[in-house]
Structures are given as structure tokens and as C-alpha cells.
Design a protein around this ligand. Structure first.
Ligand code: SF4
Ligand code: FES
Length: 338
């Protein structure tokens, strides 16, 4: 086990844990953002630099600071390590620069992008970006590539995080897409025009942190924050799919089906294309109840579960109760038809 101090908070984690995952054990607002790291995908991380932190003491044995900021998603902890994230001004300044760099070529088309409201880059820019750009050169443009009837590729939005490549590599028998070219000529493509077509291909939509890969069957149907997520399951016959999903309702219609995600936007269990694209009737599913979205994003708004008690306005409660209410506000549940 290794004991580290992260933003002044001590945490003990197994040897080999990354700094990012140690911070996630503490949780809350001190956790560094991650645009390319994705826990279920082997080899992910180290591409986007969103998660850079300052290591102000390397370990108990060698307490010298690390000379440069390090990517917390691929740097493992050492016993006695001291890490600074939100409390370090250099980290905050560099993070602004990373947002600026990621937005150099990213179009500002959130108003027409299906990912808006659940986009990691939108959240990242909201938290760390500035409202102007210094970029005057022409942005990159691409020949449009059709990758099939189910998935829409918008290459201009891609931040080259490689998550979709690892997903296709690790989940499907034959990967037909990848990152072509190098440097600023890199792009996601299929080399010889091809469609991405296999039973688990839809998962690239869920892992894409931006709107570069979106669900063609959901395209332009609804802003995600107006839809209601409901957890559901079915007996799925596809090998390796256990049929646990989230259905996104507008009124009584299921507009899209996705895998379930945790608070860091990571898929908990992969789902097959039959569940995702072919089962859009309520009768196809056993409903479990409203899905609780605990990510700090627009998507967390407007759903079934709303805090109804503001502990600050309740007088005369014992301090311990107030503290508990602040930590876990009670929730109100709404109906399917809102
Ligand atoms: S298409 Fe999406 S998931 Fe794939 S590399 Fe680009 S941003 Fe990442
Ligand atoms: S999340 Fe660490 S480098 Fe991208």
C-alpha cells in the first residue's frame, strides 16, 4: 500500500494505482479531469494532458519535486508522494492552455451537436476555458467519411483521444478504423472506405468524449437534457452483453439506448448493437427506475431526481444531520411523461 497526499488530503491506495485513480478514491471537485483515459480500456490515457498535476514530493524516500507537471492518469503513486491539483496555480494555468489547444480545431457547434449537454470537452471548457480564442489560422477541415448507417463521424470534433480505437481493438474481432496520418494531419478513418459494422461497434459512441462519433438513429431528435434516463434490462442473447442499459425517454418514446455510465462518464458494462439500435420499445425492456446522473454536466439537469431540501434553509437541525443532508440531499422522483 502507498500513502499519498492529494490536495492536502491523505489517502492510502494499493501499489501501482495511478494518481488519478487515487484522487478518484477521494472524489469530489479535486479529481483531475480526464479526456482520454478510460478505466475499462487497456492502454488508454496519456494523450490529452487534461489531467496534468504537480508532484511536489516524489516519495518518502526521495522527496524532491518532479521537474515537470505529470499526467496523473498514467503516473503511479509512490509512498509519501505529495500531489497538488486544484491548489496549484501552475496546474490551473496549464489546464487553461490545454483547453485552448483542444479547442484550436474543435468547431463551436454545440448548438447543433448531439453530444452537447453530455460532452466532456464542453464541461472541461466551462470549468477551465476562457471565453475568447487567440487562434487566427484556418481550422482543419476533412473529407466526409461515411462509416455506416448507425454511427456518424464528425472528424472536425475529434480530439484524437484514441478511445474509440481501443474500444474497437479490445471489444470487436476486426477493427476497421484507426488514426491515420501523424501530427496535425492525424484523423480517424477507415483507410479503405469501409463501414464500422460488428455487434459491439456502437460502444464507440459511448466512449467518445466529444461529438465526433454520435448515434445516427438519435441524430437531431432531442437535446439530451430534455430526455429522461431510465435504467432497464432485458435477457440479451448476444454473447458478452448482459442487457443492462439506460433508456432515454421523451414522453413515452425511447429515443436512444446507451450503456450505463459512472460519475466519470465511463461505461460500466458494454452493450451490443441489438440492445442499442433495435430495441426501442418499452415492451422490449424490464424497467428498473430512473437513472441517477451524478456527473456535473448539463445532462444532470432536468431529470427525475432533484434535491428538494436545502439544508441551509432548515433551522434547528443538529449539526450532524445538516452535514449528512449536505452530503446526501434527499431526492424527489418524477414521472415518465414529463
Ligand atoms: S472519434 Fe471520439 S473517441 Fe475516437 S479518437 Fe476522436 S474524440 Fe476520441
Ligand atoms: S486523461 Fe490523462 S492524459 Fe488524457
Amino acid at each position: 500500500m502507498a500513502k499519498i497526499t492529494f490536495d492536502g488530503i491523505e489517502v492510502e491506495v494499493p501499489d501501482g494505482t495511478t494518481i488519478l485513480n487515487a484522487a478518484r478514491q477521494i472524489g469530489g471537485g479535486i479529481v483531475p479531469p480526464a479526456m482520454c483515459y478510460y478505466t475499462p480500456l487497456k492502454g488508454s490515457g496519456g494523450k490529452c494532458r487534461a489531467c496534468l498535476v504537480k508532484v511536489s514530493a516524489g516519495s518518502a524516500k526521495d522527496p524532491r519535486p518532479m521537474p515537470k507537471l505529470v499526467a496523473s492518469c498514467i503516473t503511479t503513486v509512490q509512498d509519501g508522494m505529495v500531489v497538488e491539483n486544484t491548489i496549484n496555480q501552475q496546474v490551473m494555468d496549464v489546464r487553461k492552455g490545454i483547453v485552448e489547444m483542444l479547442l484550436i480545431n474543435h468547431p463551436l457547434d454545440c448548438p447543433v451537436c448531439d453530444q452537447a449537454g453530455e460532452c466532456s470537452l464542453q464541461d472541461f471548457a466551462f470549468e477551465h476555458g476562457v471565453s475568447t480564442t487567440r487562434y487566427e489560422e484556418e481550422r482543419r477541415t476533412f473529407e466526409k467519411i461515411d462509416i455506416g448507417p448507425l454511427i456518424q463521424l464528425h472528424m472536425t470534433r475529434c480530439i484524437l483521444c484514441y478511445r474509440c480505437v481501443y474500444t474497437a481493438d479490445q471489444l470487436t474481432p476486426e477493427r476497421v478504423h484507426g488514426v491515420l496520418g501523424r501530427g496535425d494531419a492525424s484523423e480517424i478513418g477507415t483507410y479503405i472506405e469501409n463501414i464500422i459494422d460488428n455487434e459491439f461497434s456502437g460502444n464507440v459512441i459511448d466512449v467518445c468524449p466529444v461529438g465526433a462519433l454520435t448515434d445516427k438513429t438519435f441524430r437531431f431528435k432531442q437535446r439530451v437534457w430534455f430526455t429522461k434516463p431510465v435504467n432497464a434490462h432485458r435477457d440479451c442473447e448476444t454473447d458478452k452483453c448482459n442487457g443492462n442499459v439506460t433508456l432515454w425517454y421523451k414522453g413515452k418514446d425511447v429515443l436512444r439506448v446507451t450503456a450505463r455510465k459512472d460519475e466519470y462518464g465511463e461505461v460500466k458494462e458494454w452493450i451490443c448493437n441489438t440492445c442499442r439500435f433495435d430495441k426501442k420499445e418499452t415492451t422490449d425492456w424490464v424497467l428498473e427506475g430512473p437513472a441517477h446522473i451524478n456527473r456535473a454536466s448539463v445532462i444532470a439537469q432536468n431529470h427525475y431526481e432533484l434535491p428538494v431540501v436545502n439544508p441551509q434553509v432548515i433551522q434547528d437541525l443538529p449539526e450532524s444531520t445538516t452535514r449528512e443532508l449536505e452530503r446526501n440531499p434527499p431526492l424527489r422522483l418524477g414521472g415518465l411523461n414529463n
